[in-house]
Ligand binder design. Structure first.
Ligand code: DC
Length: 223
């Protein structure tokens, strides 16, 4: 199976790129952030919003995570509850970032991600795909863009759902999440040594996707 790993910070465009690239190559696509988001929804559902070692341990054994594809939409089912419609809520963004610092949480979904990659030609998108989940991926992309560009993109997206949201709020949230993701002890966000680093601040999605597709095809041709 061919596996492509795409990692990068919030708002770098990983998810849109991963979907587009998967479509062009006729590969499957897995949004791994959605798995952390699903677990965060379960924490909130159980009224656990104070995240620490004790609160994680109090609930971890009852958590089961499943991924299902229904009409091409990735659904995340945690302990029997389908949280798909809540995954993108702002509160869940922050909560998922917090719980993702804990190894108990990361271990829960490691095998789901690896099994998916064994079963399908696929593009996996996340934070630690190239460094931890799929160290032998055929291509590892680390996608980034400058802070302001990323915040602006998030702002354009989020204001459609929430017209009261401000750019400054998004920038602040993005900096916080960057810090959390880059400084956690386990699986911190960083480029894998053998990744191709792409800064897409000044190129559009189509151009970014062309670039990745060409690099992938060259890699495969040279194998
Ligand atoms: O990509 P996202 O914003 O949907 O991810 C939500 C959170 O999950 C993110 O703040 C960090 C965490 N995450 C992670 O730790 N490792 C991944 N592979 C994907 C996401």
């Amino acid at each position: 199976m061919y596996n492509i790993a795409i990692d990068g910070p919030v708002g770098s465009g990983k998810s849109t790129l991963a979907k587009m690239l998967a479509k062009r190559l006729d590969f499957h696509f897995l949004d791994t952030g959605a798995l952390y988001r699903g677990m965060a929804c379960y924490f909130r559902y159980k009224n656990i919003v104070e995240i620490n070692e004790n609160s994680i341990n109090s609930i971890i054994d009852e958590i089961t995570v499943k991924v299902k594809f229904i009409d091409n939409v990735q659904h995340v089912i945690v302990s029997g509850i389908d949280f798909t419609s809540n995954l993108r809520e702002e509160e869940i963004s922050m909560l998922s970032s917090k719980i993702s610092n804990y190894p108990q949480i990361r271990d829960k979904i490691l095998d789901i991600q690896r099994d998916f990659a064994k079963e399908y030609d696929c593009v996996l998108e996340g934070r630690d795909i190239g460094t931890v989940v799929l160290p032998n991926a055929d291509l590892k992309i680390y996608l980034t863009a400058n802070e302001k560009t990323r915040a602006q993109r998030r702002y354009e997206q989020d204001k459609l759902k929430n017209p009261n949201i401000s750019y400054q709020e998004i920038l602040k949230d993005l900096k916080e999440r960057d810090f959390e993701n880059e400084h956690r002890k386990i699986a911190p966000l960083r480029p894998a040594e053998d990744s191709v680093i792409i800064d897409n601040s000044d190129i559009n999605l189509e151009q970014t996707c062309d670039l990745c597709e060409n690099i992938f095809k060259q890699k495969i041709a040279n194998k």
